[in-house]
Write a protein that binds this ligand. Structure first.
Ligand SMILES: Nc1ncnc2c1ncn2[C@@H]1O[C@H](COP(=O)(O)OP(=O)(O)OP(=O)(O)O)[C@@H](O)[C@H]1O
Ligand SMILES: [Mg+2]
Length: 469
């Protein structure tokens, strides 16, 4: 489990990369120092050798002693040999018996006037920079001079540098480990928190919220999880509310049906008139149930996005005229005046005819249902880019504080009184959804006891404009 953590994996990758860089860098620095030192030492040895050859040219007797002193002083070994290989001078710490570094090919070169340089390791493992140069007397090469400078001093310095490199490498590595560990922790902690939170959401603990404030991708992921939990919570709550509303709405008509049918079945009525009245109630409640089931079905389909709208080019005023004619009788029964007025240059809208009629009928039925006296006025107003449909009544009105809620499912103003009007509170929520699905908007204004005005807007597309026939 721990090995699968993103922080751990990232740490391993970073540390590996760091190690590779560190090793290469250390190696390169080491090489650089070694090469630089060797070249310097070699050059120094050659220069020293040149000094010795000049010294050897001085008066024969003093030069030997001076050279020995100088060699001792410079901490080098010198060997002076003749062309036949005979050593005529040797001084310094180097073992005079060991002369493996003197090669005949080198001697030939020196006696022909060239200089030689080489690196030599004696049998006991000591390293030397060796420089061989000719000594000449009056322009004639008389002998060869080898100067051997020990590499010990250089190796000591180099090993100091290497130790320093190693130490700083280990320090940098530890520092990188620490920083990587901290970064890994910082990165993986919120991820682990999110994992825990989503698991809790999965088992239904929807109250959980993440407190991750960073403004990066992790922060926005946490925000998305919070939003998800909030949406799910809202969804669950409204689901519960919906179910309790549905069962409540179903229970009332069913109780009526049960009660009155029992009365009729058991002949508990006194007159035939009374029986007729009970049967009327049964019929009305059955209708109400039918209405409720239809509405619920529509809502469910719309919420799942499964409702299929058949879009066509429609003349809204025809539809409105038709709907007004349908509710005329109902209005007459309540002694309400019903008027229709169409203004502006007619144009077609892109909408579903059946659903459009459902919307208009719903608004008209509400207007008739919630108006006791006065009138219901319907206007269709065409403008250049939109068409407005207004359904206005002089009814009981809706209190201002309740206006924002009337489009919610099952919402009724003054619940007990509304039932007497026969509504379930689903009509307007269906109306709003249908309007929005067809790209329109709905607005309501109302004054208590004065009346209510619903306005619907649909955009007219330029290519749909057409003269009214
Ligand atoms: N024209 C109106 N005048 C006064 N109040 C209204 C009007 N239209 C709607 N309302 C109020 O808004 C509530 C919600 O209306 P909606 O059409 O959604 O439900 P309903 O008419 O009660 O039932 P349904 O339409 O589902 O049979 C109504 O219960 C009513 O209180
Ligand atoms: Mg209604």
């Amino acid at each position: 489990m721990r090995h699968n953590r993103i922080g751990f994996k990232m740490g391993i990758v970073i540390i590996t990369l760091f190690l590779i860089v560190l090793v290469f860098l250390g190696f390169a620095i080491d090489r650089m120092f070694t090469n630089f030192y060797s070249a310097e030492m070699q050059k120094e040895t050659e220069e020293l050798t040149s000094h010795f050859t000049v010294m050897a040219n001085a008066t024969e007797t003093t030069s030997e002693q001076t050279m020995k002193t100088f060699a001792e002083f410079s901490n080098v070994s010198i060997i002076n040999i003749l062309k036949n290989g005979k050593v005529i001078l040797h001084s310094g710490t180097h073992d005079s018996a060991d002369n493996a570094f003197i090669r005949t090919s080198d001697l030939q070169k020196i006696f022909s006037g060239e200089k030689v340089s080489l690196l030599y390791k004696d049998p006991s493992g000591n390293g030397y920079f060796v420089s061989g140069q000719p000594i000449s007397d009056n322009g004639k090469i008389t002998s060869a001079l080898y100067v051997m400078s020990s590499t010990e001093q250089m190796e000591r310095s180099l090993s100091g540098v290497r130790n320093l490199l190693l130490l700083s490498g280990i320090g940098a590595f530890l520092l990188a480990m620490g920083i990587t560990w901290i970064i890994a922790m910082v990165l993986s902690r919120p991820l682990l928190q999110m994992e825990k939170a989503t698991r809790k959401i999965a088992i239904g603990e929807l109250e959980i919220r993440l407190d991750i404030k960073s403004k990066d991708e992790i922060g926005s992921l946490a925000d998305a999880i919070n939003d998800l939990a909030m949406d799910l919570q809202r969804y669950r709550d409204t689901r519960q509310e919906l179910f309790s509303n549905i069962s409540h709405e179903l229970r009332t008509p069913i109780t009526y049906l049960e009660g009155y049918s029992k009365v009729v079945k058991d002949h508990l009525y006194e007159t035939e008139d009374e029986k007729e009245r009970y049967l009327d109630i049964i019929y009305e409640e059955a209708l109400r149930l039918q209405h409720l089931v239809d509405d619920l079905f529509d809502l469910a389909k719309m919420e799942e996005g499964k409702i299929s709208l058949v879009f066509e080019r429609l003349d809204l005023s025809d539809l409105v005229e038709h709907a007004v004619r349908k509710v005329e009788l109902k209005a007459k029964e309540k002694n309400l005046r019903l008027s229709l007025d169409i203004s502006g240059k007619a144009a077609l809208v892109h909408a579903d005819g059946k659903r459009m009629e459902q919307i208009i009928l719903n608004l008209l039925e509400n207007a008739i249902r919630y108006t006791e006296h006065g009138s219901i006025d319907v206007h269709v107003m065409y403008a250049s880019t939109k068409v407005t449909l207004v359904v206005e009544d002089t009814g009981i009105g809706i209190p201002e504080e309740e206006l924002p809620y009337i489009f919610e499912r099952f919402y009724r103003v003054e619940k007990s009184r509304s039932r007497q009007f026969g509504g379930t509170g689903l009509g307007l929520s269906i109306v709003k959804m249908l309007i929005e699905l067809q790209g329109g908007t709905i607005k309501v204004t109302s004054r208590l006891k004065e009346g209510t005005r619903f306005e619907i807007y649909f955009v007219l597309h330029p290519e749909m404009e057409e003269g009214r026939v």
